[in-house]
Design a protein around this ligand. Structure first.
Ligand SMILES: *Cc1c(COP(=O)(O)O)cnc(C)c1O
Length: 425
């Protein structure tokens, strides 16, 4: 299997090359040259086994192919259960049982397992740079923590992530260092892009990124949708809380290779780039607006190029999908109502999907849906607890991380200072 750029201006790459590179040289995103078809998969397999079977065609012919089973065993340690809710017609696909209590753990651990192997024989360490508004940095830090040959710099905007998120980001130590940047998330991203694009700095300090456009994060996300769909009795209609479209594209890829997935609907917050597009307007990226589902505060979804590529063009993509906008008041109302009525406590991101479910169920009361639950509500305690009127229990893995001491270094939003810091590490 070879991988091509969504922009068509880069030479086809092997899987290992595509994973190591992150972005294609023409600025596009790597996608499989063609979608393979998987054969019959058992309904009751382990998640790691199903993952390995689903991903085998993408690894065919690559040096990592012989290690795919081991990579999946490392990445899929947490379960991803699909359970029936006490709400008629609704299942929840829980993706938050990993070390940082959000679905990004799966992709980050898979990428780490791949990169660790690709870097095995390199003399100098690889420095992974990650700009984060919260969840990504923690997942990447946890996945690479104490891995030989790799170190991680997490950049986050000082005073703009939740207290628990800040604690998580600073709790690793060793080969993972947290930088609290005097600025916004965009400043963090600018520092990362500037460093990665500086050839002199790259020569001194070999660097890579771990953001959501990386194929090494996207491919494994297909697995839990496939695994869940195999357990459903009918093609699994799915609603996905959506920001950069990483999870959503992974679900569509799983359907494209033959897994029994039905309709796929994107639940968005007040950032309406996708809802507007699906309502018939031309695609128009814009600045993000802040909401209480902050991991979905995206105005220019980076995986849109992959979506368009999958369907061929924008009209075809629009005809075969749907996106719904949910504002903060609706998110709050959904969290409050379900805690009171059926004892289910949702994180703000998951609540967007639950709200969309209620809309769709009103349109067609016979259709069943599975909602992806992207984070544990305890991660967003300052938002959720006042709405539900009680403490939300912290899962064990998250409690372990919060019990560790944490520290972050201050960093000016200045490329030269950041470059000096990297050279001095
Ligand atoms: C990252 C994230 C999302 C958005 O996922 P995308 O793959 O970027 O669409 C949704 N919910 C949570 C909790 C997240 O951390």
């Amino acid at each position: 299997m070879r991988f091509v750029s969504t922009r068509g201006g880069a030479a086809p790459a092997t899987l290992s090359q595509a994973i190591a590179a992150g972005l294609a040289p023409d600025g596009g995103l790597y996608v499989p040259e063609s979608m393979p078809k998987v054969g019959h998969l058992p309904r009751d397999g382990y998640l790691a086994t199903t993952a390995s079977r689903m991903l085998a065609p993408f690894f065919a012919g690559d040096p990592l192919a012989s290690e795919l089973d081991a990579i999946c065993a490392e990445a899929f340690v947490a379960p991803a259960p699909r359970r029936e809710l006490r709400i008629k017609g609704a299942h929840l696909l829980e993706l938050f049982h990993g070390p940082t209590a959000a679905f990004k753990d799966f992709g980050a651990r898979f990428l780490a397992a791949c990169l660790g192997r690709l870097r095995r024989d390199e003399a100098r360490p690889l420095t992974i740079l990650v700009a984060t508004s919260g969840d990504t940095g923690a997942a990447v830090g946890a996945a690479f923590h104490e891995m030989p040959g790799v170190r991680v710099a997490i950049l986050y905007p000082d005073n703009r992530v939740s207290p628990r998120q800040a604690h998580q980001l600073g709790s690793f130590g060793g080969n993972v260092r947290a930088l609290r940047v005097e600025g916004t998330f965009d400043d963090c991203q600018r520092l990362v892009k500037g460093a990665l694009g500086d050839p002199a700095l790259q020569a001194d300090v070999p660097m890579s990124s771990a953001n959501s456009i990386s194929l090494g994060r996207l491919l494994p996300q297909m697995a839990y949708f496939g695994h869940a769909a195999l357990q459903a009795t009918q093609p699994m209609n799915t609603i996905i809380p959506t920001g950069n479209l990483g999870n959503a594209v992974a679900c569509l890829w799983a359907r494209a290779i033959g897994l029994p997935i039905g309709e796929v609907v994107f639940a968005c917050n007040a950032n309406e780039t996708l809802p507007e597009f699906y309502a018939g307007q031309p695609y128009r990226a814009r600045d993000a607006v802040a909401t209480i589902a902050n991991a979905m505060d995206v105005g220019a979804p980076s995986n849109f190029e992959r979506l368009r590529h999958l369907f061929g063009d924008e009209d075809a993509a629009r005809r075969q999908g749907r996106a719904e906008r949910v504002d903060d008041a609706q998110i709050r109302d959904t969290i409050r109502r379900h805690a009171a009525n059926d004892g289910e406590v949702f994180c703000p991101h998951t609540a967007t999907a639950i709200h969309v479910f209620e809309r769709l169920r009103f349109e067609d009361p016979t259709k069943d849906w599975t909602m992806a639950s992207t984070a544990h509500p305890a991660k967003f305690d300052t938002i959720v607890e006042p709405l539900v009127g009680r403490r939300v229990e912290v899962p064990d893995a998250l409690a372990v991380m919060l019990a560790r001491s944490a520290s972050a270094e201050a960093m000016a939003a200045d490329g030269r200072i950041f470059a000096d810091w990297l050279r001095g590490w």
